[in-house]
Ligand binder design. Structure first.
Ligand SMILES: [Zn+2]
Ligand SMILES: [Zn+2]
Length: 288
């Protein structure tokens, strides 16, 4: 490509940069110009503070809040990652979503079967209980694999320190949660007489409290992660949803049990946000 001597390379759209609105490939075009396809300015507003960036030197930070202008254009900094990394993230989000749907179905199946047997004054048969637990274990495994993929890193791409620490936090909580899941399954091997003893009852209650604390911390870690991921895909909706799910998620999954459908509402809000992320990743991959 021929460059005039006054044009430095960073004022031109890098390879793979595409229009925020129409996805037109902007590679090599002047960042201060408009998209030839839809006519929108290539540099619009600051992701963080909405400051109007048209006409500002694209090499520098936002004059209002200091956010790098390069990170406010196109489809966000994630578009600079390798195709294989984007595929891993995409697959991860898909697996988490699939696990959430299967989880909701599992809850409903349990409730319907419980109602069916309860109507005739019976407890759930042991075989049904075991079946539901096995399915739940499988769903949990898919969920963990999904989050592991969604929090993988690209060796050729350095995210913000904010995002890097959120990524480590989710992974630590992911391993802790998986350990609790395994312990929970293993606890089924303990004889009933253990739970009938005072020590056994205290231990079981302590385990339950610890598991709840781990789960809520894991949930908060996930929301911190999606909150720091949102700027990378330039998605304000994901950013806002993550921000209020930081407190609403834990609230709905604990106190929300009182209104019965509280945890279900949390799952729907959570699934919905992941769907926005999945769609963005799909678009970015298609453009790439
Ligand atoms: Zn366009
Ligand atoms: Zn700004």
């Amino acid at each position: 490509m021929h460059l005039t001597n006054i044009e430095s390379i960073s004022t031109l759209a890098s390879e793979g940069l595409s229009c925020q609105h129409c996805n037109y490939d902007l590679t090599g075009l002047k960042l201060s110009s408009n998209c030839p396809e839809c006519g929108d300015p290539i540099i619009m507003n600051c992701f963080r503070c909405e400051y109007e960036l048209v006409g500002v030197d694209p090499e520098g930070p936002c004059p209002e809040c200091g956010y790098p202008i390069q990170d406010s254009i196109g489809h966000g900094s994630i578009a600079r990652c390798s195709a294989s990394h984007l595929a891993t993230l995409h697959k991860g989000v898909f697996l988490i979503q699939a696990a959430v749907i299967a989880w909701i179905l599992n809850i409903f199946t349990g409730a319907i079967l419980g109602g069916y047997f309860g109507a005739s004054g019976q407890a759930l048969p042991q075989a049904v209980n075991i079946g539901l637990t096995v399915v739940l274990g499988f769903i949990g495994t898919i969920f963990v694999i999904g989050w592991w993929k969604f929090t993988s890193t690209d060796p050729g791409f350095s995210p913000s320190s904010n995002h890097a620490s959120a990524q480590r936090f989710v992974r630590v909580m992911l391993i802790t949660t998986a350990a609790f899941m395994i312990l929970n399954v293993a606890s089924n091997a303990l004889p009933q007489s253990f739970y009938n003893s005072a020590i056994g009852a205290i231990a079981a209650f302590g385990f339950l409290l610890a598991a709840l604390a781990v789960w809520l911390t894991f949930l908060i870690a996930q929301m911190l992660y999606t909150k720091s991921f949102a700027p990378m895909i330039l998605n304000k909706k994901v950013y806002k949803r993550s921000k209020y799910m930081l407190w609403l998620g834990p609230l709905l999954s604990t106190v929300g049990i009182l209104i019965i459908i509280g945890p279900l509402i949390a799952l729907v809000l959570y699934w919905n946000m992941l769907d926005w992320i999945r769609k963005d990743l799909k678009t970015i991959r298609a453009v790439q």
